[in-house]
Write a protein that binds this ligand. Structure first.
Ligand SMILES: *Cc1c(COP(=O)(O)O)cnc(C)c1O
Length: 216
């Protein structure tokens, strides 16, 4: 049984878009250059239809099996991205279902992409800009070598800063990611979640990944 109210998600999405517009205006950016990705790890496959009905167009899933199950629910109505910890043996399962993987950060994943990614497949590289030890992501000083080893085109960067109650604490991490992308001419910047997406937009995000506040 579907539990999600499409009306509620639609209203929440509207609020997120308004907040993006104000953040973009503060930064002198075009709000149309920022896409909202709905992070759907919190909802079941039975709620995917409602999400499409709420005006969501881009969705991101963290787990390969869930992605495959959910992507089958609203065929042709949603674009799917993979945003979770990427196990290399799952690469071949997901490449045919997604238009972009945000979270490539291991050489084993690059190898599997070389074997299984369709022609023209593109990825983002996850970067550990905050330097937290337990965090996934390529260290900034390893980024060029990692990109040069990629068998598929790298079109941008993604990061996941530390959890915080103060969105301003993410700003330096987002600015660092934007600088790394800018220096390399990479157009796509996936950064910002419910806790800090306005700061991410101010710092140049082109995709914000929103879960919690969409479903509240
Ligand atoms: C869950 C998740 C999000 C969304 O986070 P919220 O705080 O719920 O908005 C974004 N990115 C990744 C990689 C996630 O796993």
């Amino acid at each position: 049984m579907a539990l999600l109210s499409a009306e509620r998600v639609r209203a929440n999405l509207e609020l997120v878009r308004e907040r993006i517009e104000r953040a973009a205006a503060r930064a002198g950016r075009d709000p149309g250059a920022v896409e909202v990705l709905a992070a759907v790890k919190y909802i079941g496959a039975e709620d995917i239809e409602a999400l499409a009905g709420a005006g969501v167009t881009l969705v991101g899933e963290n787990r390969a099996q869930d992605l495959i199950e959910k992507a089958a629910r609203a065929p042709g109505r949603l674009r799917w991205h993979f945003i979770g910890a990427l196990q290399s043996r799952k690469v071949k399962l997901i490449v045919e279902h997604v238009e972009l993987i945000h979270s490539v950060a291991t050489d084993s994943a690059l190898r599997e992409l070389g074997r299984h990614a369709p022609e023209g497949f593109e990825i983002l590289v996850e970067v550990n800009v905050s330097g937290e030890e337990a965090k996934a992501g390529i260290a900034p000083d390893q980024l060029d070598a990692f990109i040069s080893r990629s068998p598929v085109k790298v079109v941008g960067l993604m990061t996941m800063p530390p959890q915080t109650g103060d969105p301003q604490r993410s700003r330096a991490h987002f600015a660092a990611l934007a600088a790394l992308a800018g220096e390399r001419g990479l157009p796509t910047l996936s950064m910002g979640t419910s806790q800090d997406f306005e700061v991410a937009v101010e710092e140049g995000a082109t995709i914000v990944r929103i879960g919690t506040i969409l479903f509240a």
